[in-house]
Design a protein around this ligand. Sequence first.
Ligand code: WTA
Length: 689
Amino acid sequence: NHNHNHNHHFRHADSTASLPSSAVAKISHLKAVVLGDAPASEEDDVVLPSHEFSRQALVPSQQKYLEMYKASIENPAGFWSGIASSEFYWKQGWGDQVYSENLDVRRGNIKIEWFKGGITNVCYNCLDRNIDAGLADKIALYWESNEPGFDATLTYSQLLQRVCQLANYLKSVGVRKGDAVVVYLPMLMELPITMLACTRIGAVHSVVFAGFSSESLAQRIVDCKPKVVITCNAVKRGPKTIFLKDIVDAALIDSANKGISVDVCLTYENQLALKREKTKWKEGRDIWWEDVVPKYPTSCDVEWVDAEDPLFLLYTSGSTGKPKGVLHTTGGYMVYTATTFKYAFDYKDSDVYWCTADCGWITGHSYVTYGPMLNGATILLYEGAPNYPDPGRCWDIVDKYKVTIFYTAPTLYVTRYSRKSLRVLGSVGEPINPSAWRWFFNVVGGSRCPISDTWWQTETGGFMITPLPGAWPQKPGSATFPFFGVQPVIVDEKGVELDGECSGYLCVKSSWPGAFRTLYGDHERYETTYFKPFPGYYFTGDGCSRDKDGYHWLTGRVDDVINVSGHRIGTAEVESALVSHPQCAEAAVVGVEHQVKGQGIYAFVTPVEGISYSEELRKSLILTVRTQIGAFAAPDKIHWAPALPKTRSGKIMRRILRKIAARQLDELGDTSTLADPGVVDQLIKLADT
Ligand code: WTA
């Protein structure tokens, strides 16, 4: 057995490298503005938390953070088991080993386990436990429709009843512990209800973002073979109606052709978008949610599961191949999302919390549903588009519900002026540049609200590098310091850890409770992708630099993954969609800076012999990507390429393509190693056609 239990013999290693112990002294020379005093200007290096904010904060000072961080690194077992046992309900405690891990491929299989042997249930901890603690009548969910004027609320006890009815229904159609349920729903209350109902009975949900095409949905269905698919007939997004059920129908035909048939398609009638009479229907398979679910009892026994039993699967894009089913398990994920939520947003019982992410992505799993709900928070769900019917919609919503914590992606379309109710702001999904940071801080937060720029990933389950708003002076654009228990390291291309001021590949040393445990059905790919590049570490795929004060600055992906409006897309997926087009011979896709979306998709396309470029072909290529992946993955630019720049061994030189896409033509670098250097000039000539 190659697994190492670090509980008893913690190696001190050089965890001090990421321990920002001397930052206090170092930043004192920087020009600073105090929260609430004045707007942050270009000249200010840091924004200090105000005494007022710090005084009420869970972690009120750098010193307190450092104490807690040190404890979490020196004794992870003690730190996390303290939190796990005092703040959650366990039917039965874990064994004497709090965690065991092997993150080093040289020592055998990668394995991470936390609280193994502990018996619990995440839904119970989200609902029953909070209700027992007196939150029965507290609002759990506010729901705001796409159409202004339509809304709904559920208290914790009402939510529990809804969850139990669905859980009972799912059991009645044969869903058991360990079975997969695919969920293709927009941001209706039924989405978190479905997640919690699955969790209650030990079923493994796999939520597919309702912007994915039927082909992408089918691919996921074929991979995880669900007993049931849950969807709704249609949804309105902005002025448009999207017929989700039609997409599911097509996906179910597609997956049946590939040998996976699904017996039950539970469909919610979303009356604000489409009446049931107008919905296409397959008798026997399709069932209206409203016809069956409300008939079931409003209480449902919990399925007690092991901490290491799977909680959910979420497919995400990698740099190569088909989407990966990221698997999170129960105990560690529960403890980690709840704890990160609480500290990074300095959560208070009186907060009204709004995260604009969709539950189809990890942010919606960890910080719309689980993290906040485990804390008994009041959560706002917004169904619609952020700029519908006008660009002020988000702020109208903030005012209407007196939102105090607002968590969003930097690219969200936001304008207008600051909102009084806000207390803490959060940012996620991409590097936020210093001027965008200042804008968010000054304009949205009225220079009053700290910003938690949270760096993390689908794979990490929860926040990894993030400010704690009362503790740290913030530098605009920096995600600052690691969360408790997280040891980020920056390595060079040989995997050597760099010290002090440095820049390189971001890795993580040792496990943390929220880490994913495997890629569903493909543990080998898990090891190859994440643990082989830099043996001994988890490799994030991101670049990062650390400044002389110890602050972390994320610089974006170093692999072929791009982030478009907070949606993670593998360039390889877009390329394979493009080359499936009969008139496309070859394609290479790169990310390019985009004003609104953060990154845009830029595709170089070589048509097959004898086919010439045309507007019609351009449109049809884009349509191919929309139908194979989803509208959000459609290329922003097709750049016609008579040929692609390749090395003599045939490898496409993306570095050059990225420079051409960014029009940084004087930074092309050495092109002499190309098989045919003339290709570059051809591409430059065709740049704006
Ligand atoms: C990027 C989203 C800079 C990063 C939670 C990461 C960020 C990828 C930040 C994961 C941030 C996320 N600053 N970059 N605060 N947060 N990223 O899996 O490149 O959809 O690897 O998870 O988003 O995207 P994912």
